[in-house]
Ligand binder design. Structure first.
Ligand code: ADP
Ligand code: MG
Length: 627
């Protein structure tokens, strides 16, 4: 429940009692383990339920071998549960949510006369990350402790030339990427895509999609391999959502669909208006996103992601769906009575005689939408780069399961009353669409107009983690997750505490790190420079020259501002508070968050004034552009 993977190693070596040893591994050990469960975040589950925990083999996620210089380890993916049966991990709820959506989807497919062997969700997660030279990293206490820079003035050149995205990959980075890919292939992870991302020193890696459970395990391994491999190349891989202010942050695009062994249930086909089955599934997704937008928003909330969402680079915190021209047109027709045609893209003519002609998509793309239909899947773009994708996928699966059940209920009733399938689908889809269409938005999600329009439509806008957190323990959330057996009320309460604690702790660590850096690195550098300037002024005066004191005054004022900000942050960080984890999180947002911004402003101002040879920290210019 830290969001990362955890590992416990046992040897196969078993003494025989006669001075020898044999390698032994029994089926019992494979199926179940019994580690101590007491030293993980448990949000209250631990105190009530003591230490015993079980690991249970997940046979749907293949075991693999990890090599190290002195041997190798057979790794068995497992779920982790407390002695009383509560899930202490993210895998168990994810698997339960996959069961739930499979069951609901089966009801719908039955209406279409189908009974597939398997129904499962699929995920293809695109991972964005930064790489910087290790030497810079070690000289930045903020990157070491918090994963992001708490200080740093903007570099003279940032990303304004837009020359980084899909740019040529630096040699050292390419070597690193190739090694990561080789390591990932050894683990059975189907990596497919690599490219430069928008920000300087930012990159992306994406695998081919897989069953959600496997994709989630593999995604965790991708993050691990990215981190570990960097060291060998003198690099550090930053997975934080916003390592650098003023520069694009990193996300994880969660491409999601539902499948059987033989078909992708979100593939609209070529005559979409006649594809009743697709229309039912697609409408169920639209209905779910509208109805449960706040739970979906919650599933991507973290102190880290707060720096990114809504910052005109990542989707806004308002959840909306981009459908594209083709589907928008079909739903328009459905709303007016019935769909009669499907828009086609036609042929794309390049105009140059040697270049090939090719079929054109029926609509453009939209990168400002948090939840976009992209041809045969939905792309949930608001997930943070360091997040475990189990959370958002558990939510997606559960809310769509509920929606599919709703569609099945309506369809079954309508068919029972004697309607034919086409009429029943037409009616049910139309009604669900009308009820949910406020969540659809094809325009620019970054624009001010959209924020106003969304408010008019009554769409929720939970701006940060503190606003989103109470949704975890809201009555409707508890009802939904209990109904589908994904999370019990006890489990949700523990998650509420864990998420609150994680938020409060992240901000407390940032606060303490900022204070340490401001007091022992930045302030001393500024004071030294002030000393140099003062003696220059004095020397100038004694030489009979009237000295310019502009810089001296600016530095002096900067030092005063920094000192004031230090005092304020100190008060916020060392405030003794009573109460529940959520109260601490709220305090952190109200007091530490603004104080961090103030101390940064003062320090960054000084960075632009103090002599470079006295400045104790690697700058943005160095970290982002020395590759
Ligand atoms: P983009 O143009 O959005 O950056 P990418 O090619 O980088 O696209 O990534 C698209 C991702 O979507 C890949 O991981 C791909 O495997 C995944 N994907 C494709 N089809 C599906 C599907 N049916 N379900 C889930 N993910 C899918
Ligand atoms: Mg991509």
């Amino acid at each position: 429940m830290t969001g990362a993977t955890a590992e416990k190693h046992d040897t196969f070596v078993m003494p025989t009692g006669t001075g020898d040893a044999i390698a032994q591994f029994s089926g019992k050990e494979l199926v179940q383990g019994e580690p101590d469960a007491s030293s993980f975040p448990s949000g209250g589950l631990r105190a009530t339920f003591e230490a015993r925990g079980y690991t249970a083999w997940d046979p749907t996620s293949p075991a693999y071998v990890v090599e190290n210089p002195n041997g190798a380890t057979l790794v068995i993916p497992t779920a982790f549960l407390s002695w009383t049966g509560e899930a202490l991990d993210k895998k168990t709820p994810l698997l339960k949510s996959m069961d739930a959506i499979a069951k609901s989807a089966r009801r719908v497919l039955k209406i279409f006369g189908k009974n597939p062997e398997k129904i499962f969700t699929t995920v293809g997660p695109e991972q964005e990350y930064f790489l910087i030279d290790k030497n810079f990293y070690y000289a930045r206490p903020d990157l070491l402790a918090c994963g992001r820079t708490l200080f740093g003035a903007p570099p003279p050149k940032g990303q304004e030339l837009e020359d980084q995205y899909f740019g040529s990959i630096p040699v050292r980075v390419l070597a690193y990427m190739s090694e990561c890919e080789a390591e990932l292939f050894k683990l059975g992870i189907p990596v497919k895509t690599r490219h430069n991302e928008v920000a300087p020193s930012q990159y992306e890696i994406a695998p081919t999609f897989e069953n959600s459970n496997l994709a989630t395990d593999h995604q965790n391994l991708i993050m691990e391999v990215l981190r570990k491999t960097a060291d060998k190349y003198g690099l550090v891989c930053l997975l934080h959502e916003k390592p650098f202010a003023g520069i694009n942050g990193s996300g994880k695009h969660n491409n999601w669909s539902i499948s059987t062994e033989s078909e992708n249930l979100l593939d609209p086909g070529s005559n979409t208006h006649e594809n009743l089955q697709f229309l039912v599934f697609c409408t169920a997704v639209i209905r779910a996103i509208n109805k449960y937008a706040e739970i979906l928003r919650l599933s991507i909330a973290s102190a880290h992601n707060d720096h990114r969402l809504g910052a005109n680079e990542a989707p806004p915190a308002i959840i909306s769906i981009f459908l594209g021209d083709m589907l928008t047109d079909i739903y328009d027709q459905i709303e007016k009575g019935g769909a009669k045609s499907t828009k086609v893209g036609g042929i794309f003519k390049t105009g140059a005689s040697v270049l090939p002609e090719f079929p054109k998509d029926s609509g453009d793309r939209n990168r400002t939408s948090p939840f976009a239909f992209t041809g045969n899947k939905f792309e949930f773009r608001a997930v943070g780069s360091s997040a475990n994708i189990a959370g958002p996928n558990t939510v997606l699966n559960t809310i769509v399961a509920e929606s599919l059940d709703y569609m099945a209920d309506q369809l079954e009733a309508s068919l029972k009353s004697g309607k034919d399938l086409a009429a029943a689908v037409g009616e049910v889809v139309q009604a669900a669409y009308k009820e949910s269409k406020r969540v659809l938005f094809n325009g620019n999600g970054y624009s001010e107009e959209w924020h106003k329009e969304a408010e008019k439509r009554g769409l929720p806008n939970l701006k940060n983690t503190i606003e989103a957190l109470p949704v975890v323990i809201r009555k409707d959330t508890i009802e939904l997750f209990s109904k589908y057996g994904v999370y019990s009320e006890t489990e949700l309460k523990s998650r509420f505490n864990i998420l609150s604690e994680a938020y409060a702790k992240a901000l407390a660590i940032e606060g303490k790190t900022a204070l340490m850096m401001a007091k022992t690195m930045i302030l001393p550098a500024a004071v030294r420079y002030l000393g140099e300037l003062s003696s220059s002024v004095a020397s100038a005066k004694s030489a009979g020259i009237t000295p310019n004191v502009e810089v001296l005054n600016a530095v002096n004022n900067g030092i005063s501002d920094l000192q004031k900000a230090i005092t304020k942050l100190e008060k916020a960080v060392y405030h003794e508070a009573e109460g529940e984890p959520y109260d601490h999180a709220k305090h952190a947002r109200q007091a530490i968050f603004p104080a961090l911004a103030e101390i940064r402003e003062a320090a960054d101002k000084l960075e632009t004034l103090v002599a470079d040879d006295l400045w104790p920290l690697p700058t943005y210019r160095e970290m982002l552009f020395i590759k």
